[in-house]
Design a protein. Structure first.
Length: 364
């Protein structure tokens, strides 16, 4: 019995010794592997202080600042037309003229009657000074003059109604009217839109109500011109929040000097709420794991993982609200294979980040 106990004890001692020897060999091998593995090559940049914009994005529809349908107020035959779709016109330009011979003749008759009424009135006034006629007769002649003057004004208006002029400067629309056509009163001749600048109507979510004010910058983009940005300014705020969408309708004026934009056109819009100077790094440097956002910084040849708080995002760039300083060398390539504490070798590569505002930082 004692012999068996001694044999079991010997076996336990031998097993423990073998385990210690194996662990020592494994640690030695691991240390040798770590010392032999070369540092990871990475590229780093220094954060910069840049202008950061807080923006709200929405979609809207363009509308002409002034838009009308030009119609005739009288009937007649078209004897002159100066309309071309899409052509700019100036205020007061003659766009269409109807046959106005009858209106001119009517005006001539009334002007002759007015001249005769005035002569009779002046003669009666001179006779009244001599008490040759009564005052009541003079008053009747003065009334006749006033009636003739009113009739002349009406005749002049009827004559002017044979001419369609541009009420404001803008762009003429399509027209199906031809020379010689007889049109009736109320016929639409064409449309006229004032398109420079353009009015952009969109809505802002209710939560931004305290941050929007007239005068803020607006930038629009259209699928028709994907490479062009259209700049404008917020000019009006609605007075009521929409109960269904919980948003506030607003209005901006968009520059359209080149005349590319048209009424009714769809437009994506970005409204700048405020601008500030902040620390900015390339967007590609930020790593995300669950709810955590972090970057790697190079310190004496070692990669250190640093949690960061991200602010506004811009194309290719991101604001770092907390976690970094302007002196930190931020890893921008190879960070997806790094772990904190790993040895790294910083190399210089001008193509590591396309934004030349960031300066490459080379360390040991």
């Amino acid at each position: 019995m004692l012999k068996q106990w001694l044999i079991g004890l010997l076996l336990v001692v031998l097993a423990l010794g073998a385990a210690f020897i194996y662990q020592g060999l494994d640690d030695s091998s691991q240390a040798q592997d770590d010392s032999e593995r070369p540092p990871s090559a990475v590229n780093t940049v220094l954060p910069i202080i840049d202008t950061v914009q807080d923006q709200v994005r929405a979609v809207g529809s363009l509308k002409a600042v002034s838009a009308v349908k030009l119609t005739t107020e009288t009937s007649g035959r078209v004897v002159g037309i100066n309309l071309k779709s899409g052509r700019p016109v100036k205020q007061g330009d003659l766009l269409l003229r109807l046959d106005d011979r009858q209106a001119r003749a009517d005006l001539g008759v009334i002007e002759a009657q007015l001249a005769d009424a005035r002569r009779q009135y002046e003669r009666a006034r001179s006779l009244r000074d001599n008490n040759s006629i009564s005052q009541s007769f003079v008053d009747e002649l003065r009334t006749a003059v006033e009636v003739s003057e009113a009739q002349r004004t009406a005749a002049q208006v009827r004559l002017e109604n044979h001419r369609i002029e541009a009420p404001f400067s803008g762009v003429a629309g399509l027209s199906d009217i031809s020379i010689g056509a007889y049109i009736t009163a109320g016929t639409t001749i064409t449309t006229l839109d004032a398109t420079s600048p353009m009015e952009l109507n969109f809505s802002i979510p209710e939560r931004f109500l305290g941050q929007i004010n007239p005068g803020q910058k607006v930038q629009g983009s259209s699928p028709a011109y994907p490479d062009q940005a259209f700049i404008g300014e917020l000019v009006e705020l609605g007075s009521r929040i929409d109960e269904l969408s919980r948003s506030l309708p607003v209005r901006a004026l968009i520059d359209n000097t080149e005349g590319r934009l048209r009424p009714g056109q769809f437009m994506s819009v970005s409204l700048t709420l405020r601008e500030r100077q902040a620390l900015v790094i390339p967007e590609q440097a930020v790593m995300v794991r669950g709810a955590e956002q972090y970057v790697f910084v190079a310190e004496d040849g070692i990669a250190r993982r640093v949690p960061v708080t991200v602010g506004s995002r811009m194309p290719g760039r991101v604001e770092i609200a907390k976690g970094l300083t302007a002196e930190d060398q931020v890893v921008v390539t190879g960070q997806d294979r790094l772990s904190s504490g790993e040895r790294i070798r910083v190399t210089d590569d001008e193509n590591a980040i396309p934004d030349n505002r960031f300066t490459s930082a080379v360390g040991s």
